[in-house]
Design a protein around this ligand. Sequence first.
Ligand SMILES: *Cc1c(COP(=O)(O)O)cnc(C)c1O
Length: 368
Amino acid sequence: MTPAAYVHLDLDAARHNLSQVKRYAPNHKIMAVIKANGYGHGMTRIAQMLDQADAFAVARVDEGVRLRQAGFTQPITVLQGFVCVDELQLMLQHQLDAVIHTPMQIEILQQQNSWPSTLSIWLKMDTGMNRLGFKGSDFNAAYQQLLACPIINQPINLITHFANADDLLDDKTRQQIDLFTDAVKDYPGQRSIANSAGIIGWPNVSIATSQEMHSNWVRPGLMLYGCSPFSGKTGADFGLKPVMSLHSRLIAVKNVSAGETVGYSGTWQCKADTRLGVASIGYGDGYHRATRSGAPVLVNGLRVPLIGRVSMDMITVDLNSQPNAQPGDPVTLWGKNLPIEEIAHHAETIPYTLLCGITQRVQIVEQA
Ligand SMILES: *Cc1c(COP(=O)(O)O)cnc(C)c1O
């Protein structure tokens, strides 16, 4: 018996997407970004699927520790670095690489001369995102301070992050590239700039900053999971395949008369007599509550429209096009044959939030 709500992970798709990253960024090393529970896919599962990546990146120290405890030996970068001595100790103990982005981290590194081991770091430049990193002369000053820290492995690696790379018409990305390229031009060390949108949309990004091409790293997240970082497009437009498919099943089928309303607050009124299906999936599973009536749902592999509010455990669909549908019939919410980008559009959100929103009760089933 299949679980009520479950996710299928497609190993071939994951490996295919990784090979596509290599095609977009030849001669670059790949740091597979698997933060936030591997974008909802299960962090250790996706790490296993992507074990051909050169390294992993996570957001927080505890995520890196869990990867190590699961036995992964690849380099792991913690994108937020540490915020206190205890976290630094954990990073040293588990050989996690730190992004250094704020003066307090440097103060912690300077506190002591005898650490148990050395630390590889990425010094982050803020090129206009205004989130993490050092700007302008602060960046150079931080670089010099870190050079003097015995705990730091040399050379110091250099990193920045795009703010608007998903907008191909926005000149800000070019400005960020130029700012970074110029700031790091005299420094040795490896460089890393591009996320998925940078890799696909700004193909010269990493090359432009490389002295030696192999010293550059790309940091794909979303594209590894088969999704498009650009609105109005799907992963397939860029040769990517969805790794996650979200499935459920019908649990009831009934007739509702014209004029009656369906679900909470009666947001949907039947214009005609309606064959109605109830599927066992809701926002308690991560199917976004904001998804509007009319969003496509696959029942028996065919599209039917969502109608009414999404509940915690259920949704309702219009089955007029499938008079023979029965309880137990398969339902697909997104994935293969139903792009998540399309569902994100109907929920006024982005594929990232839908992927990350998959909850604990959804069983993850792997597919060879
Ligand atoms: C999350 C993240 C990435 C990956 O971004 P995608 O858009 O998912 O490819 C890369 N770099 C940093 C610093 C991140 O926080």
